[in-house]
Design a protein around this ligand. Structure first.
Ligand code: FMN
Length: 200
């Protein structure tokens, strides 16, 4: 399965890392594009070191993923994800900032992440957007409705607490990440057993 993963500058870098590893582990061919703001958030949330270079951050992020992952620059218009003629099974933006969401909703394409999302919508392919912001303004809500009406799936970075991994005392941050990542994988039709399924 060929998947595009856009990582933007909303809080939620741990979800992006977990998702990337799950996609690579499942044998997907993953094209990754990381926005400039996302580099700052990755440095802050994953490595607690704002001085890390972009190359170092990307090397750490893709560690252990073998040749499953290809990194694309934000202005790489020659990337396969910039055109509808390339075969791509699913597009995910996780986390998705309100800035990127608004740009997609407007139809503007300032970087490869916006362009890939726009291609997904025009080609009627699966596009999963994982926003994180709170509280939400009317502008945010209207942008979400716009992209939903255009065909995108809005999958908020909002973990549930009922996934059968024991009590609150034994539940870990990884369990909460897995809760959301499993829902993303379900959305793109990728079989996974990250969390026990309700009723099973
Ligand atoms: C540490 C940090 C956390 C942020 N968290 C959020 C967030 O949760 N949601 C959001 O929409 N923007 C958040 N932002 C702001 C975005 O990074 C900013 O709007 C940026 O322009 C988004 O650009 P991008 O969509 O190209 O990544 C955060 C920024 C930083 C530095």
């Amino acid at each position: 399965m060929r998947v595009f993963l856009g990582i933007t500058g909303a809080s939620g870098a741990p979800y992006a890392r977990r998702l990337l590893r799950a996609l690579a582990g499942a044998g997907c061919d993953v094209g990754v594009c990381v926005s400039r703001a996302a580099i700052e958030v990755l440095a802050t949330e994953l490595y607690a070191d704002a001085r890390l270079s972009r190359d170092e951050i990307l090397a750490r992020l893709t560690e252990g993923t073998g040749d499953a992952v290809t990194i694309y620059e934000v202005d790489d218009w020659r990337a396969p994800y910039a055109s509808g003629s390339a075969k791509v099974d699913a597009y995910i933006i996780c986390p998705c900032s309100m800035g990127t969401l608004g740009t997609i909703a407007s139809g503007a394409m300032q970087n490869l992440i916006h362009r890939a999302a726009s291609v997904a919508l025009k080609e009627e392919r699966k596009l999963v957007l994982c926003p994180r912001e709170t509280p939400l303004s009317t502008i945010h809500l209207e942008n979400m409705l716009t992209v939903r009406r255009a065909g995108a799936t809005i999958l908020f970075l909002a973990p549930g607490f009922y996934h059968g991994r024991g009590s609150l005392e034994t539940m870990t941050v990884d369990d909460l990440l897995d809760f959301v990542v499993a829902r993303v994988l379900d959305q793109i039709g990728l079989d996974n057993a990250l969390i026990p399924r309700w009723g099973s």
